[in-house]
Design a protein around this ligand. Sequence first.
Ligand SMILES: Nc1ncnc2c1ncn2[C@@H]1O[C@H](COP(=O)(O)OP(=O)(O)OP(=O)(O)O)[C@@H](O)[C@H]1O
Length: 608
Amino acid sequence: MKQSQTKVHPSVLERFHYSIDAAIDKPFNWKQMWRLLSYLKPYSKKLLPLSIFTVLLTTFIRLAIPILIGVYTLDVALKNKDFTLLTYLVAGIGGLYLLNYVANVYRIRWMNMLGQGVIHDLRKHLFSHVQGLSHRFFDQRSAGSILVRIMNDINSLQELFTNGVINLLMDMVLLVGIVFILFTLSPELTLAVMVILPLMFLISTSLRKNIRRSWQTVRLKQSKLNSHLNESIQGIRVTQSFTQEQENMAFFDGVNTESYDSWQVASKKNAMFRPLVELTNAIGSAVLIWYGATLIQQGSLGLGAFVSFAFYLGMFWEPISRLGMVYNQLLMGMASSERIFEFLDEKPLVKDNPNAKVISNIKGEVTFENVWFAYNEDRPALKGISLKMNAGETVALVGHTGSGKSTIANLISRFYDATDGSVFVDGIPIKDIKVEALRSQISVVLQDTFIFSGTIMDNIRFGRPDASDEEVKKAAEAIGANDFIERLPNGYETEVEERGNVLSVGERQLLSFARSLLADPRIIILDEATASIDTESEVKIQQALKTLLKGRTAVIIAHRLSTIREADTIFVLDHGEIIEQGNHQRLMEIGGEYHDLVKAQYKVLQDN
Ligand SMILES: Nc1ncnc2c1ncn2[C@@H]1O[C@H](COP(=O)(O)OP(=O)(O)OP(=O)(O)O)[C@@H](O)[C@H]1O
């Protein structure tokens, strides 16, 4: 293995841990196979039968031609000097080759369409299913590992569906056909040439298995390389600011070399494969010529039959080899499909009650009645929360980090369901309101606004795709985002990349406010940005906020004193419990936790 040239602290190389779930083959599982094959169902009326028909047609033509050339042309037509038959045979063989060509063109086209169609459907099914899963599912998995399943695992099934399944049929027919014809032509010669069978078997099982394992190692190493690369690029700013490039390079070098080495091993083994196959064929040919010549001399085998025999023997290896390959694909497919089905079998934890109703005009009153919630069983995040937020009121949630503020917000949107107790909107248990209806009237504005790739216009329109350009502009103007948008190179049509790195934090916030205002929700949940921005932007954001919150219930995870002070009710949280509640004035008078918090903030502001 190549060693890294860079000198770095050894602990660095132990820093990265990736959970790689590359395809390691699994034992064959019929139940899983049937489930996979059920994706062929939509094609069972047209594409599947057409593909099978062309496969069988080409197989029969391939089986027929050597007999026509050897036995009929040499042993019948030429031997009997029957030139009419010879002409027919030549025309017939020519016609069959032509038919074979046409059938092959369609076979390849239809089989590809079939395979691609299945992969398309499977990917669509998986994506739409994953999209509907609850937050908890995404808490437990990295985006990378989900991506791998939707892309790589499904891709690895592509080959199985495009070639594997149908070739299996072709190769079985071909193999049975060849063995049957060989025995019909000469049972003695067939038995003699079968000496190569054990060798063939050995190559197509153990050697292939060995090679397959090596390629799996290659894929594993590549996954590791991908994960590291992904993390490196995402974290490049941190790496550069801590000048950890050399250390990072050393790790990359290690992973890259591991990948290189695994390729070397796999390709060395692969290189042995073909010559070994040829050697086996050579042994078969030697037996054929030696024993075949003896049989011809004895008069028990015609020359034409011998020629046909040689043709079939040449074809014999092909299906055996391909069957080995399909078997490999099947085992790999088992591993991939197991992981795909694991996702498909995940049930969304938050789902509609059978009697859930669509409530389209909620007022926005939110009540918590003795709500308990735990992300992990042993560590409750909320401990018996009871609170009431009146419709149209602005509520501030304050408290130290990890006290449960975001969790309260998560329960209002029903990203999670309470472990115990109930949450009500307008006095109706939220489990009795259809999730879609509820969420369409709630807007969540996170600190780290997610900007999708597309134009500024598309991004503001995100929650209400039917809004006109005029409505988008009006929302942006109301928020005060218009100025900065018009200054961009193409105004509202400026393309912003995913995550919107080209926009400043304040600009991204204004954009998300405009997005929410346009969606016109009844309840707004806002995780106020902690990042300090300049005073001018601060004033702008405060004004934008006023516009956005007007006439709606607003739940603000508040960090700024100015926001907190103007809230109608402030809930002070501590370790998942509400310890104080009231407006600013009242809480200051009490002189408790809130009072201390405000004093501490003032001190920070004054020190700065
Ligand atoms: N997805 C999650 N899975 C497991 N535990 C979580 C998850 N999200 C939050 N927690 C835990 O739940 C508790 C409450 O977290 P929450 O995010 O509600 O706090 P917060 O008050 O919003 O904090 P902050 O001000 O830092 O955002 C914390 O102990 C946190 O570690």
